[in-house]
Design a protein around this ligand. Structure first.
Ligand SMILES: *[C@@H]1O[C@H](CO)[C@@H](O)[C@H](O)[C@H]1NC(C)=O
Ligand SMILES: *[C@@H]1O[C@H](CO)[C@@H](O)[C@H](O)[C@H]1NC(C)=O
Ligand SMILES: *[C@@H]1O[C@H](CO)[C@@H](O)[C@H](O)[C@H]1NC(C)=O
Ligand SMILES: *[C@@H]1O[C@H](CO)[C@@H](O)[C@H](O)[C@H]1NC(C)=O
Length: 504
């Protein structure tokens, strides 16, 4: 309730900014604190290539892109991708040139454990990462490592992947291997990248590997397993590694900033419900020990109405709640866009269930929002203040590390003015939130340092600060305007081009 007034004030501000002042928004001219981390991100499958080299086995995405190329926009795969397995030193040199503090990357499970299990550790795969960490260290760049970024050894998918109860053990065994092998070099870990994409994308709406549609059923079971796996890995770090290695472990959650479509109480409640089903689904167990009440109650009621003996939303045991509660040392946030939410009449019960019915709200993006080359990715920098406050208020004022933010185009132009403007305006709104609301944002990470394989979009969507020539065997990297702009931000900690206009 304390936050309600603040929320309402913010809402009015955000509404004003978004509706009438968008063009008049004044960029923040305060320097970021000297401790603020500026970084860039990638993930293993999207850049490494070398899909079958040096003892690496097939991952789920190797299989998918080889046998179902029709599911990929341009029919291409990431067998070579950016060839970063061979060109990692070049990538590190690009990062050094930009002047980043950290590099967010992920580990390929099937490169490190070819069977999926720790019975066999693949030395050359391990050495690839060790060499990469060495190169980063030599250039003063801190690694931020994601243990699982949307791909699994095929051998484990053949055992039902994330839906298998044993996944919790497979995953935490792998995490323990990673902590053990790399924990001297890596002090910032995240367990999973975007579990919502794995579960809602993969097992709910079915727009992502393995393309199974089971809204409100398998997607909840998938999430339940990933959350338990996360907690187990976090507690293993606590028990076996933290004292010696002194690192931090968190998870990367992707969120839309969902704003009420109007100032009516009904729409404000609807937006809160939407946030809980989007971000709270994962964040509430991790920061507060259980699924959000609104999810538990709505899904239980509707499950009963469908004639089920149990809620479709699984329950954590008391021991699991304890293990989950407080299992993140910072809040890893991937954020790209926003949506508006309006209240609707409660949808009737029907079988099979749907996520829309479980939520019982309507969300949408107005047609006049700034567009990009991806439909869903509307440019909404003004929504950052709302989202960061929401996280702050719901999860005990965590340190928030923005682990991804960025924008795509389908031209690959070096004159990427929209990307410059996007990064500048998002960072400015983040800086506003730090300054005006005292929210603890500790860092920001651009997705991505280089154009790469964008999953089902293949190479058609380009997010890089550097262009990659995917038709050249060299995979030549060329800086875009945005690399130049971000370089200036990393060096000055200020968003303006004219440093004399920046204020300490
Ligand atoms: C690999 O792809 C084939 C063809 O789509 C599919 O039948 C098989 O189930 C896939 N394997 C896994 C483990 O996903
Ligand atoms: C789940 O994994 C176990 C091994 O831990 C395996 O024996 C079992 O067959 C798997 N279940 C399915 C449905 O594949
Ligand atoms: C999580 O921990 C907090 C603080 O220690 C406690 O107040 C809360 O009840 C716990 N949540 C659950 C579900 O146990
Ligand atoms: C690839 O790189 C090598 C070494 O940097 C260079 O000699 C060669 O000309 C390049 N080839 C192409 C096609 O760019």
């Amino acid at each position: 309730m304390i936050s309600f007034l603040k929320f309402t004030i913010l809402l009015v501000l955000v509404t004003l900014v978004s509706r009438s002042l968008a063009d008049e928004y004044v960029l923040n001219n305060k320097r970021f604190p000297s401790s603020f981390m500026f970084g860039v991100a990638t993930s293993a499958y999207q850049i490494e290539g070398a899909w079958n080299e040096d003892g690496k086995t097939m991952s789920t995405w190797d299989n998918l892109t080889h046998v179902r190329p029709e599911l990929i926009m341009d029919g291409r795969n990431a067998d070579i991708a950016c060839d970063s397995y061979h060109k990692y030193e070049e990538d590190v040199a690009l990062m050094k040139e930009v002047g980043v503090n950290h590099y967010r990357l992920s580990l390929s499970w099937s490169r490190i454990l070819p069977t999926g299990f720790p019975d066999q550790i693949n030395e050359p795969g391990v050495n690839y990462y060790k060499n990469l960490f060495r190169a980063l260290k030599a250039n003063g760049i801190q690694p931020l490592v994601t243990i699982y970024h949307l791909e699994l050894p095929l051998a484990l998918q053949e055992l039902n992947g994330v839906l298998n109860e044993s996944f919790v053990d497979w995953y935490s065994d792998f995490a323990a291997v990673c902590f053990d092998l790399f924990g001297d070099d890596v002090k910032l870990w995240t367990t999973f990248n975007e579990p919502k994409q794995v579960c809602s994308g993969g097992y709910g709406y079915g727009y992502f590997f393995p393309y199974i549609k089971s809204e409100g059923l398998l997607e909840y079971q998938c999430t339940h397993n990933l959350l338990r796996a996360h907690a187990k890995a976090y507690r293993i770090y606590d028990e076996k590694f933290r004292a010696r290695q002194g690192g931090k472990v968190a998870i990367v959650l992707d969120a839309y900033s969902y704003l009420p479509a109007s100032e009516s109480a009904a729409d404000i409640t609807a937006a809160e419900t939407r946030m809980q089903f989007d971000l709270g689904w994962f964040a509430n167990p991790i920061f507060n020990g259980d699924y959000p009440e609104i999810m538990k109650s709505r899904i239980a009621t509707r499950s009963k109405g469908e004639g089920r003996a149990e809620s479709r939303l699984p329950e954590f045991t008391e021991a699991e709640k304890i293990a989950l509660n407080g299992s993140a040392d910072f809040f890893g946030l991937n954020v790209y866009t926003a949506g508006l939410v309006a209240a609707i009449d409660d949808p009737p019960i029907s079988n099979p269930p749907s996520k829309y019915q479980d939520m019982g709200v309507n969300d949408y993006q107005p047609s006049d929002w700034e567009t990009t080359s991806l439909d869903w990715l509307k440019v909404t920098p003004w929504s950052m203040r709302h989202l960061l406050n929401w996280i702050n208020d719901h999860y005990h004022q965590p340190d928030i590390l923005i682990t991804e933010n960025g924008v795509c185009d389908n031209t690959g132009t070096l004159q990427d003015v929209q990307r410059v403007s996007y990064i500048q305006r998002y960072l400015s709104n983040i800086r506003d939130t730090m300054e005006l609301d005292g929210i603890n944002v500790i860092g920001y990470t651009v997705w991505s340092i280089i154009d790469n394989f964008e999953w089902a979009q293949g190479y058609t969507q380009k997010f890089g600060l550097h262009h990659v020539d995917f038709d050249s065997p060299n995979r030549t990297r060329t800086p875009k305007l945005s690399a130049q702009y971000y370089k200036n931000v990393c060096h000055t900690k200020c968003l303006l081009d004219d440093d004399s206009a920046c204020i300490d």
